[in-house]
Design a protein around this ligand. Structure first.
Ligand code: AMP
Length: 296
């Protein structure tokens, strides 16, 4: 799909980059008016194969593929890694173009949060467990996510928005927000993309020292142990086996829990429906998350 360039935008390696909501709207007005479908891939950049899988899926299904590139400050806690979050815009634009994105929306912070910004979008309940537990990242993290994603949905008005199952809680929260607020968008959750040794790809993997990078593979092994134990014995036995895998690697998880993937209610036994087993753990200076969906 070729999008005509406006004066204030510029093309990098074949992808059009816009910084302002007004530019975004005018770039999409033509295709939308012609009834073309729009796919949105929200990202914080420092792209890896996980992000690229979302762009590929959007490319395969939609006429116009928009990727947002915005390190959203409101989803970082005061002690989190906002300042050192890895950034490389030129590389991201090149990779986005190669993967098939047509348009990258990369706004400055003031464009998203102008002076006096005072509105928040909050999904209750789902955001208070797992990563949203007040003792962990807390519900403020998801409030930041839903606020920025609601703004992106309003600005882009996509037919389909693509998210990674890697952030399973985020998927549940965004699905609920879209349903509750009547956003006319289909939410697609795509499988976790992993390194050859099983570690889930993450921009934060770049923080890992070699020894921690090696230890981090225990997260995947722990999830596999949970699934094996749950299928062969009980879910509780599986969780125990998963804890042992983590402990063997010297990892003390924030949580390793089984939950319903939609309601995020705790699940005690396999119940004929998919069960989400999610883990979060500090490994060296990084906080890593991973999960598996145990299908019936
Ligand atoms: P982020 O840039 O970390 O905010 O991620 C942007 C999108 O990419 C989110 O929907 C993530 O769930 C998704 N994503 C991140 N890592 C992976 C991965 N390893 N596999 C699949 N999707 C991912």
């Amino acid at each position: 799909m070729n999008l005509a360039l406006t004066d204030s935008s510029h093309a990098t390696a074949g992808v059009k980059v816009v910084r302002a909501k007004s530019e975004l709207r005018s770039a999409l007005a033509g295709p939308r008016g012609e009834g073309r479908s729009i796919g949105l891939v929200p990202t914080m950049g420092y792209l890896h194969e996980g992000h690229l899988s979302l762009i590929h899926a959007a490319r395969a299904e939609c006429d116009v593929v928009v990727m947002s590139l915005f390190v959203n400050p409101t989803q970082f806690g005061p002690d989190e890694d906002l300042e050192r979050y890895p950034r490389d815009e030129q590389r991201d634009l090149r990779l986005a173009a190669e993967a098939g994105a047509d348009l990258v929306y990369a706004p400055p912070v003031e464009e998203v949060y102008p002076d006096g910004f005072s509105t928040r979008v909050e999904v209750s309940g789902l955001t208070e467990v797992l990563c949203g537990d007040p003792a962990r990242r807390g519900p403020g993290h998801f409030r930041g996510v839903t606020t920025v994603v609601a703004k992106l949905f309003n600005s882009v008005d996509p037919d389909v928005a693509y998210f990674g199952q890697k952030d399973a809680q985020q998927v549940a929260v965004i699905r609920r927000m879209a349903r509750d607020l009547d956003f006319p968008v289909r939410i697609e959750a795509l499988p976790i993309v992993r390194e050859a040794d099983g570690l889930a790809r993450s921009s934060r993997n770049s923080y890992l020292e070699p020894a921690d990078r090696e230890r981090a593979t225990a997260l995947r092994r722990a999830l596999a142990a949970v699934e094996r134990g749950a299928r062969q014995e009980t879910l509780a036995a599986g969780i125990e086996a998963g804890r042992c895998e983590l402990a063997a690697a010297g990892i003390d998880p924030e949580y390793l829990e089984a939950r319903d993937p939609d309601s995020l209610e705790p699940v005690a036994e396999l119940n004929g429906r998919p069960v989400l087993v999610a883990v979060a753990a500090p490994v060296g200076v990084a906080r890593l998350i991973d999960n598996v969906l145990i299908r019936p």
